[in-house]
Design a protein around this ligand. Structure first.
Ligand SMILES: Nc1ncnc2c1ncn2[C@@H]1O[C@H](COP(=O)(O)OP(=O)(O)O)[C@@H](O)[C@H]1O
Ligand SMILES: [Mg+2]
Length: 700
């Protein structure tokens, strides 16, 4: 019988999903040729096929050589190098090759084991309706085979993208989001990105609405507003009073009562559909004036009283500080966070002149917390929360706009992607804020589950960048609570998450284990690796041992969205669609005469600096540079290689855009040279002869 070139050995041991294969004598050399293609036999991470009847079982090689041999054989040492260990992962019908995860039958002793050829792989990975799948790259072992990811599973069963800094996580996510928001395939895509470093607005500028706390209107950013009154009581107290030091719960109860009362008043002044006064709780998303709450509580703590002139025996009135005309100097102003001025306690002198603490209602001993609240209400960095524009309740609790417009902006806008750029948010409140944002979004979708706005009709994908920053393991914070809830039940209501992190071991393992699909990129740290391996649904220790040696942009994708675990080279999106996260270079290739390949670095001359501008950006708390097109007077050319150029007289920078799309800055170019270029008959020739090589340049 002619030898089948794909045959490599026979099954000798089956232990659950782990099987041990003894290589045949012909194959221990390591290389086999099938239809002219060479295959390395038994490489860790490669696949094998075991035909059983009409089915093919598939497995992944996890160990090769002496260690893979059964104990008995290891002792003899003779055949040590002839063994491989394989983890079974799935099965498929031979005809039609419908591939399924999991196996319904086990191989047994002496079953024949084959290498999986490119043709087999194409059958496994290339399956499925085109609209259900996106290509994220190609197999690391076969460039011609695209790595397809099932979108249904990817979005609703949650996913995680993990890897060391610089392994390519953000680039992978940007590429995925680009594919998922492709309007020709997915005109109703709905994605919200929580972007704590402000990396994504550049990558997704053509299809995302960007919300930012200190928004830059010139960049078409919108203002991020999170009305405090949409928060639950617990979320709100964390962001306002902080710790109440409440022994018997009296303070909490008193504050909650006050808020319920204010919400009732507000509803009376401005009725809202879906709720009436009797059903209001402290958590109902109903506007109330927090400034008024502060003033009421301030009075309760600080008010002093004096006998009312001409009043009865026990009639008292507030003892305000009086001005020259005998009028109260400062009654207090809620919206301006201005406290009333009271006279100090005085217990000597005639009874009607005595000044005492007001004891009705009894003070709550909250002075410190109220001072904290007042300073937060005044803090401009918190105004997105306490001073949320059209959603700011006046003292009667009335607002110009309601939550519907807020939600519509976030998850119902024209663009498929919403980027909530949280880079200007004080880190002390980031956790609570993200928790509140996620809870607001999730609650809205949860209760709208049967409506067209809900997640069942139009699923929502939440992308959580740098998630370890707020999902730490022991963290009982608001963010972890919200994410845990979505991880557990989001699937049912059409809310999926993509968790991106460089420290998977710091993420709560209940969250990580709910991620049906994992994109594991280069990951050197042992603890991180074992966390990822144990979170993955497939039993694939061997595959994860490759994580430290993956190249940048390479990922092992395991889980529900891929038919088989796959080592993939992710295709990076085009340069203008990558996140703003490229590593700075200290040494940039190139030299002084010929220019440098990329911006900045120690190896090229200094760019003109402008430190006042540096301080301006710091004060604005906004890293984005906006090059206003109209400030650059472009001169368009008919040249065969230069499309247009512009000159800045202050910095003496000549900017040239080539027809190929590249744009370069030439530094320290005298104005006369620019004028000569402008007047030159052949711009391309002048540039080549007079400018290139004479002036330092760098790609813009
Ligand atoms: N698939 C890829 N192909 C080519 N370059 C990539 C790829 N993925 C990432 N890079 C590059 O690697 C660097 C780091 O990528 P980034 O996505 O920011 O990593 P991370 O988010 O994991 O820190 C960037 O300069 C990026 O352009
Ligand atoms: Mg990143």
């Amino acid at each position: 019988m002619l030898r089948d070139p794909t045959f490599i050995g026979t099954v000798q041991d089956v232990h659950g999903a782990t099987i041990t294969v003894e290589l045949s004598n012909d194959t221990v050399t390591g290389l086999s040729f099938v239809r002219g293609e060479g295959y390395r036999i038994g490489q860790v991470g490669s696949f094998v096929r075991i035909p059983i009847g009409f089915f093919d079982l598939y497995g992944v090689v996890s160990q090769v050589g002496a260690g893979a041999a059964p104990q008995r054989e290891q002792e003899q040492r003779v055949y040590g190098n002839r063994w491989i260990t394989v983890q079974m992962v799935g099965e498929g019908e031979r005809s039609g090759r419908q591939f399924k995860r999991g196996i319904s039958q086990h191989p047994t002793i002496e079953d024949r084991v084959h290498i999986v050829t490119e043709a087999d792989l194409r059958g496994i990975y290339g399956a499925g309706e085109p609209d259900d799948f996106v290509a994220v790259g190609h197999l690391a072992s076969a460039e011609s085979i695209p790595a397809l990811v099932n979108i249904n599973k990817l979005v609703t069963r949650h996913s995680a993208v993990v890897g060391t800094t610089g392994s390519g996580k953000s680039t992978t996510v940007a590429g995925l989001l680009n594919s998922l928001s492709e309007s020709s395939h997915y005109p109703s895509a709905r994605i919200v990105v929580l972007d704590i470093h402000g990396e994504y607005s550049k990558a997704l500028s053509d299809r995302a609405a960007v919300f930012r706390v200190s928004e830059d209107a010139t960049k078409a950013q919108k203002a991020l507003r999170v009305p405090f009154w949409a928060l639950s009581f617990e979320e709100l107290t964390a962001l306002t009073f902080g710790k109440l030091g409440d022994d018997n719960g009296a303070k909490t109860a008193a504050i909650a009562d006050a808020i319920v009362q204010l919400k009732k008043d507000s509803l009376r002044n401005q009725p809202r559909e879906g709720i009436d006064e009797t059903r209001i709780t402290v958590d109902s998303p109903i506007p109330f004036c927090i400034h008024q709450l502060w003033l009421d509580l301030y009075r309760r703590e600080h008010q002093t009283v004096i006998a009312k002139p001409g009043g009865g025996q026990d009639e008292l009135e507030p003892a305000y500080v009086l001005d020259a005309n005998g009028q109260p100097a400062q009654l207090g102003d809620a919206m301006a966070v201005m406290p009333p001025a009271y006279r100090t306690v005085k217990t000597s002198g005639p009874k009607d002149q005595q000044i005492n603490w007001s004891r009705s209602p009894e003070p709550l001993n909250l002075r410190q917390q109220l001072a904290g609240l007042a300073s937060r209400l005044r803090d401009p960095r918190m105004s997105f929360l306490f001073n949320p524009g059209d959603w700011l309740p006046d003292v009667d609790g009335k607002t110009k706009r309601d939550l519907d417009t807020l939600l519509e902006e976030w998850i119902g806008g024209q663009e498929p992607i919403t980027i909530l750029d949280l880079s200007g948010i004080p880190s002390s409140i980031l956790n609570d804020l993200i928790g509140a944002l996620l809870r607001i979004l999730y609650d809205a979708i949860f209760w709208a589950r049967n409506l067209p706005e809900g997640g069942r009709h139009r699923p929502l994908l939440l992308v959580l960048e740098e998630a370890h920053a707020y999902l730490a393991k022991e963290n009982s914070g608001a963010a972890a609570t919200a994410v845990r809830r979505i991880a557990k039940e989001g699937r049912k209501y059409g809310v999926g998450m993509m968790i991106v992190s460089q420290r998977p071991s710091e993420i709560d393992s209940t969250i990580l284990s709910q991620c049906g699909t994992i994109f594991a990129m280069r990951l050197a740290n042992d603890t991180d690796r074992s966390h990822v391996a144990s979170a993955a649904s497939d039993n694939l220790k061997g595959l994860f041992e490759m994580l430290p040696i993956l190249r940048t942009g390479e990922a092992i994708i395991v889980g529900e969205a891929v038919s088989l675990p796959v080592r993939t080279l992710i295709s990076a999106p085009s340069l203008d669609k990558r996140p703003d996260s490229a590593d700075p270079c200290v040494v940039v290739p190139g030299n002084k005469n010929e220019g440098f390949d990329g911006p900045a670095g120690w190896s090229q001359g200094r760019d003109p600096s402008n430190y006042p501008r540096m301080v301006k950006h710091w004060r604005m708390q906004n890293p984005h540079i906006f090059v206003q097109e109209r400030d650059m007077e472009w001169i368009v050319t008919q040249s065969s290689n230069i499309s247009r150029f512009a000159y800045d007289t202050d910095s003496k920078v000549l900017t040239v855009e080539f027809n190929s799309g590249g744009m370069y800055n030439y530094f320290d170019v005298p104005e006369a040279v620019f004028n000569d270029l402008r007047n030159a008959a052949s711009k391309g020739q002048y540039l080549a002869q007079q400018i290139k090589g004479n002036y330092r340049y760098a790609r813009a």
